[in-house]
Write a protein that binds this ligand. Structure first.
Ligand SMILES: *Cc1c(COP(=O)(O)O)cnc(C)c1O
Length: 428
């Protein structure tokens, strides 16, 4: 059980009134405390951020923006939103921030509404190569109401750039299709993004350049990944992945006109009242991210990812593109066992208390519900205090589970060792 006295008293409060809901909460706390969280898009927020997300700011309607609200009583909502904006600008060294998007996908939907007309063309990475569904999936509004064209990763196995972004092909695709907007920033890409190169392409075709730094925001904020500024015109992100804030989204830019367009598109274009309790928690999380400890944390996230990639390679798994520069990696399971699928791997690992997600690898011959890969990330384990030494231990546990063939006895043995490891690194 997590060692957080406030969470305990919140639990008692709820249990006194609603034992059914409280029982589910207790089980989820227990799950998080006793399993290894390797999903690259997840993290454990600090107790301050956790409890900031559950304050009286949830009671208020604050439609509009600071100084321009549609409801009375917003004095403190103005104060906290301005503080969150200011801290976001300090973190990412830019001039304008909109902290109201409810999530990363909402932040992107508002971007389309702000910058494109229905039917307009935009460019993004081939989704199966690591892009996000909000970057042009056919059933997402980005793919339904707009016209996505895609650039791929390098397919040539003999190239030293194998499985990294094919910038030459991106240029060719953009010259051919003349997109109004070019998107970069991805959900399963382990390498550094060359924003300057993407800007050269955007300038050549007269497009706006957008970076979706949902995954790498914490790395960018601490200088562990190059900043999208000054190259990108507009930036969106989530706040809950490497940035380790509450679940939410955000928009950033240095262009005052684009900032105005975006603000209007988000509200009243798309959203109603902002989640002010989440805006409050964003401010608290950004305050944490501005501290030196946050940079040290991100350095450990990246060092741990490298160590985990090496430990998996040592056990004869293949890491796509040959390794990682950031907080995540894609593991090609076929190198270890030609029959092993991502779907089986995810399931066996979960039975062993190791939480991951199956993920297609570039050019995956298997369908998306099966896949040949696993995506692994280190942000959550690093928050718990895991270091590079433990990464070898984690890789060993993963390998034992994946070598089990799904055997109950073997998986139960790994589960016990996972519990013991978690006890050495309690959640705060
Ligand atoms: C996670 C992610 C999003 C979406 O964030 P949600 O908060 O889940 O809507 C958007 N873009 C990228 C690149 C992501 O990885």
């Amino acid at each position: 059980m997590a060692n957080d006295a406030i969470a305990d008293s919140v639990y008692d409060l709820i249990a006194g009134q609603d034992p059914d809901a409280a029982a589910i909460l207790a089980a989820e706390r227990e799950r998080q405390a006793t399993t290894l969280e390797l999903i690259a898009s997840e993290n454990h927020v600090s107790p301050a951020v956790m409890h900031a997300a559950g304050t009286c700011f949830t009671n208020k309607y604050a439609e509009g923006y600071p100084g321009r609200r549609y409801y009375g009583g917003c004095v403190h909502h103005d104060e906290i939103e301005l503080l969150a904006q200011q801290r976001a600008c300090d973190l990412f060294k830019c001039q304008f921030a909109n902290v109201q998007p409810h999530s990363g996908a909402q932040a992107n939907a508002a971007l389309f509404l702000a910058l494109l007309e229905p039917g307009d063309t935009f460019a993004s990475l081939v989704l199966a190569d690591g892009g996000h569904l909000s970057h042009g999936l056919k059933v997402n509004l980005s793919g339904k109401w707009f016209n996505p064209v895609h650039y791929p990763l390098v397919r040539d196995e003999s190239s030293p750039k194998f499985e990294t972004i094919d910038y030459d092909e991106a240029e060719r695709v953009c010259v051919e299709h003349k997109p109004k907007l070019i998107m970069c920033g991805y959900s399963a890409y382990p390498r550094v993004i060359d924003f300057a190169r993407m800007r050269a392409i955007a300038d050549k075709v007269g497009a706006l350049l957008h970076a979706d730094i949902a995954h790498i925001a914490g790395l960018v904020a601490s200088g562990m990944h190059p900043s999208p500024f000054p190259h990108c015109h507009v930036v969106t992100t989530t706040t809950h992945k490497t940035l380790r804030g509450p679940r939410g989204g955000m928009f950033l830019t240095n262009d005052g006109e684009l900032a105005k367009k975006y603000d209007r598109a988000l509200f009243p274009g798309m959203q109603g009242g902002p989640l002010m309790h989440i805006v409050f928690a964003k401010a608290v999380a950004f305050g944490e991210a501005l501290k030196p400890e946050f940079k040290a944390y991100q350095e450990r996230v990246v060092a741990n990812a490298r160590a985990l990639a090496e430990a998996m390679t040592k056990r004869s798994y293949r890491i796509t593109s040959g390794g990682t520069d950031n907080h995540l990696m894609l593991v090609d399971l076929r190198a270890r066992d030609a029959e092993l699928t991502g779907a089986d791997a995810e399931q066996w690992l979960e039975r062993a208390g190791i939480i991951t997600n199956k993920n297609g690898i570039p050019n995956d011959p298997r369908p998306p519900r099966v896949t040949s890969g696993l995506r692994l990330g280190t942000p959550a384990l690093t928050t718990r205090g895991f270091g590079t030494k433990e990464m070898d231990e984690v890789a060993g546990l993963i390998d034992r589970a994946l070598g089990s063939g799904g055997d109950d006895g073997v998986l139960a043995g790994v589960r016990a060792d996972v519990r013991a490891l978690c006890e050495r690194f309690p959640l705060s």
